[in-house]
Design a protein around this ligand. Structure first.
Ligand SMILES: Nc1ncnc2c1ncn2[C@@H]1O[C@H](COP(=O)(O)OP(=O)(O)OP(=O)(O)O)[C@@H](O)[C@H]1O
Ligand SMILES: [Mg+2]
Length: 227
């Protein structure tokens, strides 16, 4: 799997003024890469991740997965590709309130596939330390528990690209480490991981670091200089 983004710019207009939330960013990730994007609030991380995940088309520039330009696909093909290949963990956890934890996770798997692997769902919940909440409803879960449900939901289809927007924002250090090391194991198994985060715990696990500043994506060659 190769994710290749070139010259990505995403402009927003606010009160009549247009500004680039992401400004000419180049980004690539191979199978097995574990990339962390660090940047202050408002620097454009979520905007970039949404573009890379096929959720929101950039104003200009290209994003390709294995040579396939994402935004030249029609809506249905793009959602199928996203469902099958991309595990996206949004910054704001959104679970459907009328379904249990397990059902919320199974939904993602059943969208395009007929069979849901119940054992896999259980094992994901266990790895994330929320197996005891399998039959609870989202309203009865804490923020950090909900966060872990959305992580399980992103992993259930065995994606070959995981795009995670502050996946540990509501988690304590112990649980953050669990998540980052789970991503590490997946990267070793060949999954490409892209994480935007404020959580410095992530640095110990990744093999590539970028900084995002005012919409510009800058490869890290300093303290964590591992490019
Ligand atoms: N739909 C929108 N319309 C207009 N401006 C937007 C929109 N979404 C985001 N922005 C602006 O674009 C910039 C980048 O936002 P973005 O959400 O990508 O930042 P971020 O780095 O993810 O921040 P955080 O760490 O707080 O999540 C910010 O200035 C934000 O206010
Ligand atoms: Mg964000």
């Amino acid at each position: 799997m190769i994710l290749n983004g070139n010259n990505i710019t995403k402009e927003y207009t606010r009160r009549g003024e247009t500004f680039p939330a992401v400004n000419k960013a180049d980004f690539f990730a191979w199978s097995g890469d574990y990339t962390v994007i660090f940047g202050e609030s408002g620097s454009g991380k979520s905007t970039l991740l949404n573009a890379l995940a096929g959720i929101s088309a950039p104003t200009s520039g290209s994003i390709e997965i294995d040579g396939q330009p994402l935004y030249s696909l029609d809506d249905e093909s793009l959602s199928k590709l996203r469902n099958e290949r991309i595990g996206y963990i949004p910054q704001n956890t959104a679970c459907l309130p009328v379904f249990t934890v397990t059902e919320n996770i199974e939904l993602a798997a059943s969208l395009y596939k007929r069979r849901v692997d119940k054992d896999q769902v259980k094992s994901l919940l266990k790895k994330l330390g929320i197996e005891h909440l399998a039959d609870e409803y989202p309203a009865n879960l804490s923020g950090g528990e909900l966060r872990r449900v959305s992580i399980a939901r992103a992993l259930v289809n065995n994606p070959d690209l995981i795009i995670a927007d502050e996946p540990t924002s509501n988690l304590d250090e112990d649980n953050s480490r669990k998540v980052f090391s789970l991503f590490g194991r997946l990267a070793k198994a060949g999954v490409a991981i892209v994480v935007a985060t404020h959580d410095r715990t992530a640095f110990g696990y990744s093999n590539r670091v970028y900084h995002m500043k005012l919409g510009s994506l800058i490869p890290d060659i300093g303290e964590y200089g591992n490019l």
